[in-house]
Design a protein around this ligand. Structure first.
Ligand SMILES: [Zn+2]
Length: 365
């Protein structure tokens, strides 16, 4: 079976897994000092658009089996803000988009904060830290999921697979016939990558298989509301956080029909605007997945700019609907030096390692 772009699931899997291998090389490259050159690129022509997901105390992240790439602790987030304030110019995403569109120079070290998915912990833990420092941010919300309980399917898969031993997990994955890339192993991350490469119908079948094989595995979290509701989004907006679009249902837009992708993009923007949000018409592609068709659909739906999960700095040279970001998380936060090297360094080193291509960030967005 092929998706709307004509790719087979295996070809799509290779397309996703390849950049992960390159990313590993890119991270290795950071240690060799590529970051000094990278810093120079934040000279007013580019901006680092940082991508966060959740802000959670580590005990809660462990209890919910949140993947390491999906969160920072509140303490780490506060440290990031302090480090960024010392060395970067933190702007709203709107300011960055406007500067890039107009060609007006950006301040040196221009950077913006974004959060994908619309997690409730953004209000609980990120907002107080932002308010205390008077800093702007943008949340990309999934319009159908606002105020709903139950996790996104990748979270559910984590919660079902993470508690299992390696042998049991392998048995489950083989039992459902999930085609894992040979280089990615058989862990939870490999399973998520392989699932993301499937089209929606195929993925639904495999997810059902995983549910059957891990009965009761995620029941403990089913009633916990982890996503922001409309009133909470309004409160965030009143306090300087822009609410923009992350699709209607978080469907992976390269894995659904053209009609469905168009409908997802249009509906999300309309629903958010009906509530007074999405004022700029910004989009973060669900799971970072886009291709030429999706970009054109987004443009036609009225999005002014869109952000990927590819690693890089946003620049005027990029199509405004293919702007890369820098995924930040707990693992690159051990020291100020490490973090400040990572932010521009990740973008530059990843691009260098990937040649013309960009390297993908964490697969989850
Ligand atoms: Zn997402």
């Amino acid at each position: 079976m092929t998706d709307s772009s004509g790719r087979s699931p295996r070809a799509t899997l290779r397309a996703i897994a390849g950049p992960i291998v390159r990313r590993t090389r890119a991270w290795a490259g950071l240690a060799t000092g590529a970051s000094a050159r990278a810093r120079a690129r934040l000279d007013g022509s580019c901006a680092a658009v940082l991508m966060y997901h959740r802000v959670l105390p580590s005990a809660r992240a462990r209890r919910l089996h949140v993947e390491p790439g999906m969160y920072v602790t509140p303490e780490t987030f506060a440290r990031h803000l302090d480090w960024l304030a010392e060395s970067f110019a933190l702007l709203s995403l709107a300011e960055i988009v406007e500067h890039l569109e107009s060609g007006a120079g950006l301040p040196r070290g221009a950077c913006a904060l974004t959060f994908d998915d619309g997690w409730r912990d953004n209000l609980e833990y990120a907002l107080p830290a932002l308010r205390a420092r008077g800093l702007p941010a943008t949340i990309f919300a999934v319009s159908d999921r606002v105020g709903t309980t139950g996790a996104f399917w990748p979270d559910e898969v984590c919660r079902r697979l993470a508690p299992l031993g390696a042998r049991e997990r392998t048995a489950v994955l083989r039992g459902v016939g999930l085609p894992l890339a040979p280089e990615s192993g058989e862990g939870v991350e490999a399973a998520l990558l392989a699932l993301k490469a499937l089209d929606e119908a195929e993925r639904g079948d495999v997810l059902e298989g995983i549910r059957r094989a891990t009965k009761g595995g995620a029941a403990a979290f089913a009633e916990e509301r982890e996503l922001l509701d409309w009133n909470e989004l309004d409160r965030l907006a009143e306090q300087g956080v822009s609410i923009e679009s992350h699709g209607a249902s978080h469907a992976i837009l390269t894995g659904v029909s053209r009609v469905r992708a168009q409908e997802e993009l249009t509906r999300s923007l309309a629903v958010l605007r009906a509530r007074g949000h999405a004022r700029l018409g910004l989009l973060a592609y669900p799971s970072g997945a886009f291709d030429d068709t999706v970009v054109e659909l987004a443009r036609a739906a009225g999005y002014r700019a869109a952000f990927t999960t590819q690693v890089g700095l946003a620049s005027r040279g990029e199509d405004g609907l293919r702007q890369p970001r820098v995924a930040v998380h707990e693992d690159i936060s051990r020291s100020r030096a490490e973090f400040l090297r990572f932010v521009p360094g990740a973008a530059r080193a990843a691009n260098a390692a990937a040649g013309d291509d960009h390297a993908d960030a964490e697969a989850h967005a």
